[in-house]
Design a protein around this ligand. Sequence first.
Ligand code: BES
Ligand code: ZN
Ligand code: ZN
Length: 470
Amino acid sequence: MKYKHIKNIDTTKDFILPCKKGDLKPIQQFLPVKNPDFDGSFLTHHLIYGKEGNRIYLVGLGEEKNASQIENTFQKFAFETCTFWNAEIQVLGDHLNDAAILKTVIGLEMSQYTIGAFKSTKKDTKKVTISFSSKENIQKVLEEGKFTGEAINKIKGLVDAPPNIKTPEYLGDWAKKSSKEATYTCTVLKHKKLKKQGFDAVIAVGKGSVHPPVVIINEYKAKDTDKIDIAFVGKGITFDSGGLSIKPSTNLHYMKSDMGGAAVVLGVIELVAKLKLNINIVGIVASAENAVDANSYRPGDVINSYSGKTIEIIDTDAEGRLVLADGISYAIKKFNPEYLIDLATLTGSVVRTFGYAAAGMFTENQEMANTMSAVGFKVHERVWQLPMFEDYEKDLQSDVADIKNFNGKPIEGAINAAKFLEFFTEKHPKWMHLDIAGVSFGGSQYAQMKSATGFGIQLITNFIKEKATK
Ligand code: BES
Ligand code: ZN
Ligand code: ZN
């Protein structure tokens, strides 16, 4: 889709009228009838025809409480109607603020996501120009919306991709290609370099797979200084069988989505580079396949890690925290970032706690928690804080190594995973862990099975905006 700014709507052609619930006033002058059968309810739309036979779509923005998720109403509307659109369609934007226009564009762009990327016959994608009317110059907002929607679609494509295609090496190639398109630096460390540099935990997790692990390092620097403002670390398990502590087969295919954290990190670096935000950030993805094989790492093994700390493996299905430990240690040692944030589909426990409504947030830094929480509500990618009490620490003490990777109990799962990660943060004062296992993959009206949600792109990009200098 292409997005363009226009001064006024041409009422003889097709146009869209976004409409708040129960408030037809701002759009009244564009209506050919006084009382259309439409009340502006969220996620609804209505078609009427103008005098020239042109289409006039009324799209419901809903109430004030729906403002944080306007993209959903436009995604649904465009998904259901765009096959009937001509080469150009206009949107009345005069009565919308920048935030609403941004969300509108994101939603329109999101409607273009096709889940059937691997079908032998592909759906045609429409080339439509969408012209937004506004008295202000909204070109920058339109561009941001387009880039954001595209980033969401791209990471959904990655998370939905099958695990035989989406190997760790594939993620590395994706990042390399993206770095050339969006202009940032990308380094992909493969087996030899991982071994040499001591990524022992990443290597252990990937040992059982024919697809060797990689660590991806993306650097975007817009400032004059080399100081890194924020480092992100993403869990990139391209398939999580559980390893020798094998998972049950029911819904095992969904474990292709265990690189949701990595996808957010990859997508955000690309988006921030395209938006040219004034910030220095790095994205580190620790990627491996957790497979079952004679070479797989075992429960009982003691492994080393990038930090030099040894880990006793109790359960090979607690693999995400292992690759993240190396990613976190690397981020601190190489980049000494002011903020350090990891994202991971880390535990079933967080899904049982919050379902699909919020990500688990862990940090000792309340300023960071408050900012992330506020941003989450603003973009409707909500996070909710869980405690990091010292009480949880002793459960991770190992008799034989520095730490063990699982407390062996069916309780406090998400918190314990966070406590394990904390052990590798060297008391970093501005570290946060986001457990996105429930929110990055789920049911939707656009697919029969669970699929990627794109959660995290707006949350993290807006957090970065809070920290970027104007
Ligand atoms: N990838 C899973 C977590 C997960 C569960 C993601 C459901 C998405 C949906 C993770 O590696 C895992 O297996 N965690 C275990 C840890 C346990 C063995 C300590 C869990 O949460 O059950
Ligand atoms: Zn696992
Ligand atoms: Zn996992």
